[in-house]
Write a protein that binds this ligand. Structure first.
Ligand code: NAP
Length: 281
């Protein structure tokens, strides 16, 4: 049977229509003010510049504003910390996005953690991660939170299922594993030192590919009927999973493109709107 397509693109479009109405309502109630997301781009990596531009465009589509801050590739940790502090103190800024990765001389973790918790709409601070992992209120890290929204929207059962997350990065694999655990999955986290990865993937009811290598997870590792979430994106529109061979074998999968990517951006925007609502209303 053909697998169900977990269409993140149309889900993000639906969500944008709802967010547009919420921003309009907020404007009406606050004398014309809108939520503002500050985007911080450090250096001249073209892919990062594209992602930041896409995030700014998504802000405008829902009627909110973005404040684009660009800093040169020679920026020091201290200079970036000072800019983050300025944005933390600015009452007109409701969310702060620091685009990953930053140039290598910058201490990215220190800079992420300098973002005030109530403006951490991309969910990158240690404090936010810890609170989320403990089941406390926090903005979720945007990519895994977007994946959870896809799973919920398509009513994919998580409770009691075995989820295998391949990748343990701070912005994807680790928070993904904690979010699935919060929803009562049994979670296995795999990484570059994991032994016998194909056998572990074969046990999964839900697989999350977050490796950063094109089609690294092979279709013949995947159990018949598994749900496949592919967070990867590589030139040519392929992901971290060999999806083309899974369209019959999996029970559901996120396409690349049009799966996880649009929901990552939408989650950032949704959390910015929530932050704006909390601050302005
Ligand atoms: P990352 O920081 O490079 O992390 C990759 C993870 O994969 C690491 O934990 C690494 O293990 C693990 N890994 C590497 N080689 C492996 C191997 N041979 N076997 C098992 N695990 C291995 O990447 P990331 O930022 O998490 O991104 C992962 C993917 O998601 C990329 O394709 C990226 O483009 C995509 N992504 C998409 C979005 C979106 O919005 N759609 C957002 C973020 C990322 P170690 O920890 O042991 O090194």
């Amino acid at each position: 049977m053909a697998a169900q397509v977990l269409d993140g693109k149309s889900l993000a479009a639906q969500s944008e229509a709802e967010l547009l109405a919420r921003v309009e309502q907020l404007k009406a109630n606050s004398g014309g003010k809108t939520p503002i997301l500050a985007t911080l781009l450090v250096g001249d990596d073209p892919a990062s510049a594209t992602y930041v531009k896409m995030k700014g465009n998504a802000c405008r589509r829902v009627g909110m504003e973005s404040l684009a801050v660009e800093m040169p590739s020679s920026t020091t940790t201290e200079e970036l910390l000072a800019k983050i502090e300025e944005l933390n103190k600015d009452p007109d800024v409701h969310g702060i996005l620091l685009q990953h990765p930053v140039p290598e001389q910058v201490d990215e973790r220190r800079c992420f953690d300098a973002i005030a918790l109530h403006k951490d709409v991309d969910g990158v601070t240690c404090l936010g991660f810890g609170r989320m992992a403990m089941g406390e209120e926090a903005y979720g890290c945007a990519t895994p939170q977007g994946i959870m929204r896809i799973l919920k929207h398509y009513e994919i059962e998580i409770k009691g299922k075995h989820a295998v997350v391949v990748g343990r990065s701070p912005i994807l694999g680790k928070p993904m594993a904690m979010m699935l655990l919060q929803e009562h999955a049994t979670v296995t986290i795999c990484h570059s030192r994991t032994q016998n990865l194909p056998a572990l993937v074969a046990l999964a009811d839900i697989i999350v590919g977050a490796v950063g290598r094109p089609e690294f997870i092979k279709a013949d590792w995947v159990k018949e009927g598994a749900v496949v979430i592919d967070a990867g994106y590589h030139p040519g529109g392929i992901g971290d999973v060999e999806l083309s061979a899974l369209t019959e074998k999996a029970s559901a999968y996120t396409p690349v493109p049009g799966g996880v990517g649009p929901m990552t951006i939408n989650t950032l925007i949704q959390q910015s709107v929530i932050s704006g609502e909390r601050s302005l209303s």
